[in-house]
Design a protein around this ligand. Structure first.
Ligand code: ZN
Length: 442
């Protein structure tokens, strides 16, 4: 979406400018905490002080009667999955239906199959949920499209009619190897088949999730809903097969839903007493998580800038020093104390290779998601987070296009904001100006 390194810089510098006052305030608080340990002298904040004093301030905020797992009692896995189904029914008119699997259909007996059923189009997707950790399984939560959504052509059907492979009872089944299809308005469609992978470690019965795990599940389900509703005729642009800096938008948006009072009231109840979740508990958890959001964001901004620098022409210079670049960025754009000489933290950060100059996508999609949450879903006020008209808007203007339309047009339409339609440097600057320090957001 950004189109050029200059646009990415525009955006990152705009966010950095908006974020700085918040970091200055947070550093002031940490300095105060350090002064209490320094017998009244005026100490200097060192890079290692950040972790130490932020955790000290955070633990002083936590109510002593509650441990961090207190919320889990309201989030049994079954309840959360039912909640997601209810949310998607309200917003998009689809629901999850559990379905028995056939021998050999899944890769592990832990895997559960859900069929996604639409009020208007019938069966629209298959979702395999593989949610628990086990030896040898990747610990990273992920969404995979096993088969993309697409239209099956008449020519393919004709081939299945002429040359049936003998395993299936009809050409419709044969043409898609027996995997799920549906016929709407005479067109045969290959249904998206999705795997949702998490790494929940729970030995309790029922399985209880931490609030962080609920957020992860909502995030991954945000990718899944893009695959489910992104119904394009060609598989190469279906669902999440869109520009990298657009792909995290639906998933980050779902994190707002996970923290919303109206959404949680659809399902969150105590697994033993059936009492509804008191929202103050979530509000307290969110306040704790966002306590030093300015500093966390500054760290992300510097990393995104570093990723840009490493993928520019800078490393072509014989005198290029990757550590010096990081330290210079910290001094130029940061409020946090820069890393001390002789250290090279960037050597630990694998995403600098993996993302290949698109690490800014995470911050970029955070800003877009927050804007959509505020403008389309009214930050959850007055039931806007579970309102069908708002869901339809999100579906018709963003999700259903997958990667088949310029994402800038999707964003401009869903926000009714023509300033970003062109997706130029000015649009990137506008998006940067939408950044709001986390303490003001709702
Ligand atoms: Zn994601």
């Amino acid at each position: 979406m950004a189109k050029s390194p200059q646009s990415v810089s525009q955006f990152l510098e705009a966010v950095s400018g908006e974020n700085k006052p918040r970091v200055q305030k947070e550093m002031g608080e940490l300095l105060k905490a350090k002064m209490r340990d320094s017998n009244g002298s005026t100490p200097l904040l060192q890079p290692w002080d950040k972790e130490f004093y932020t955790s000290q301030v955070r633990s002083s905020m936590r109510s002593t009667s509650r441990n961090s797992d207190f919320l889990s009692s309201y989030f049994s896995l079954g309840t959360v999955m039912q909640g997601l189904s209810r949310l998607f029914t309200r917003l998009y008119g689809i629901r999850f239906v559990s379905r028995e699997t056939m021998p050999g259909e899944t890769w592990n007996e832990d895997v559960r199959r859900l069929d996604i059923i639409s009020e208007t189009d019938g069966h629209v997707a298959v979702l395999y949920c593989d949610l628990f950790s086990r030896p040898g399984k990747s610990p990273n939560p992920a969404h995979f499209t096993l088969r993309c959504s697409r239209e099956i052509t008449e020519e393919e059907l004709e081939e299945a009619r002429v040359n049936p492979n003998g395993l299936f009872s009809s050409p419709d089944e044969d043409v898609n190897d027996g995997m799920a299809t549906s016929r709407t308005s005479g067109v045969l469609k290959q249904l998206p088949t999705i795997a949702l992978i998490c790494d929940f470690r729970t030995s309790s019965k029922p399985s209880l999730l931490t609030f962080g795990e609920v957020q992860t599940l909502f995030h991954e389900m945000g990718h899944a809903i893009h695959s489910i509703l992104g119904r394009t005729s060609l598989q190469e642009v279906s669902g999440t097969r869109c520009p990298t800096d657009f792909a995290e938008l639906p998933s980050v948006l779902m994190e707002h839903f996970a923290a919303d009072q109206g959404v949680l009231s659809l399902f969150a109840r105590h697994y033993e007493t059936d009492q509804p979740l008191p929202y103050e508990l979530v509000a307290e958890k969110l306040a704790l998580d966002k306590r030093f959001a300015g500093s966390d964001t500054e760290h992300q901004i510097i990393l995104a800038m570093l990723d840009q620098a490493y993928h520019s022409s800078l490393p072509l210079s014989p005198s290029f020093d990757s550590t010096q670049v990081l330290h210079e960025l910290q001094r130029k754009h940061g409020v946090l104390p820069p890393d001390p000489p002789g250290t090279c933290w960037q050597g630990l950060f694998g995403h600098l290779a993996g993302y290949g100059s698109t690490y800014y996508s995470y911050l970029f999609d955070q800003v877009l998601a927050e804007r959509i949450w505020q403008v389309v879903f009214k930050s959850g006020h007055d039931g806007a987070s579970i309102d069908r008209a708002n869901g339809e808007k999100m579906k018709e203007r963003v999700l259903r296009w997958g990667g088949g339309r310029d994402p800038w047009r999707c964003v401009a339409e869903v926000l009714d904001d023509g300033r970003v339609e062109g997706g130029d440097e000015e649009a990137m600057r506008v998006v940067g100006s939408w950044w709001r320090p986390a303490d003001k957001s709702s």
